[in-house]
Design a protein around this ligand. Structure first.
Ligand code: COA
Length: 195
């Protein structure tokens, strides 16, 4: 599959909104700060497992730093709308001790959840990570994160429970995806973004 890890793509989101999908850059600091600031406490808790008012500046710096092929963040941004800092973002971080695996995380703005945007970002991260030789994504999710657990279960991910969290693991092989509409949505985006 041809996939340009530095490029940006124009997209039409589920409700017909035109958007851009692109890697995060060093110029996005204020956008990231504002996007997390707008997040509901519930979504922030599911992402970071803690309650906070402001995003840790060290975390923002890590997100914005070029990762030397060890991590990356992709974002979806609305075209022609300066009021909304972002629809959502997704990152992968390659594991130092298991370089074929990368940990992924996603944050979709509350008003854009359950509209297919996490799926677009997963497909993007998948294509980018595959081009670097990564074969599996893992995700650590809280017990109460029913959306993540149900979503990845429907894709065919394996899951194991450890105290209050689940470790989800998804092989980056389209032939190992489950059948069904949730996996088919991901397949469609893998085909569209990879062609
Ligand atoms: C979890 C999260 C990333 C999912 O992103 P999203 O954009 O809402 O996901 P999508 O719309 O692509 O949905 C993927 C699948 O999950 C399921 N799903 C999503 N939201 C759902 C909801 N509210 N209720 C039930 N199922 C839901 C659907 O099966 C959907 O597939 P479909 O649209 O083909 O039916 C997003 O909800 C989020 O940012 N949550 C808060 C932070 C978080 O939990 N981050 C993950 C930690 S790693």
């Amino acid at each position: 599959m041809a996939f340009d890890p530095t490029g940006s793509q124009s997209l039409i989101l589920r409700h017909g909104l035109p958007a851009i999908l692109r890697p995060l850059t060093a110029d996005d600091r204020e956008r990231v700060r504002e996007a997390f600031h707008r997040l509901s406490p519930e979504s922030a808790y599911l992402r970071f497992w803690t309650r906070f008012r402001e995003l840790n500046p060290r975390f923002i710096k890590q997100l914005l730093s070029p990762g030397d092929n060890t991590h990356t963040t992709w974002v979806i941004i609305l075209k022609e709308n300066e009021d909304i800092p972002g629809v959502g973002g997704g990152s992968f971080w390659r594991l130092h001790d298991q370089p074929l695996n990368a940990e992924v995380s996603f944050t979709i703005a509350d008003e854009f959840q359950n509209q297919g945007n996490g799926t677009i970002l997963l497909a993007t991260l998948w294509l980018h990570a595959s081009s670097l030789g990564i074969t599996h994504f893992i995700a650590h999710v809280l017990d109460e994160n029913f959306v993540m657990r149900a979503w990845w279960d429907a894709l065919g991910a394996s899951a194991s429970r450890h105290d209050r969290e689940w470790l989800l693991s998804l092989p980056l092989d389209p032939s190992l995806l489950s059948s069904g509409p949730v996996a088919n949505s991901l397949r469609r985006w893998l085909n569209q973004l990879g062609s």
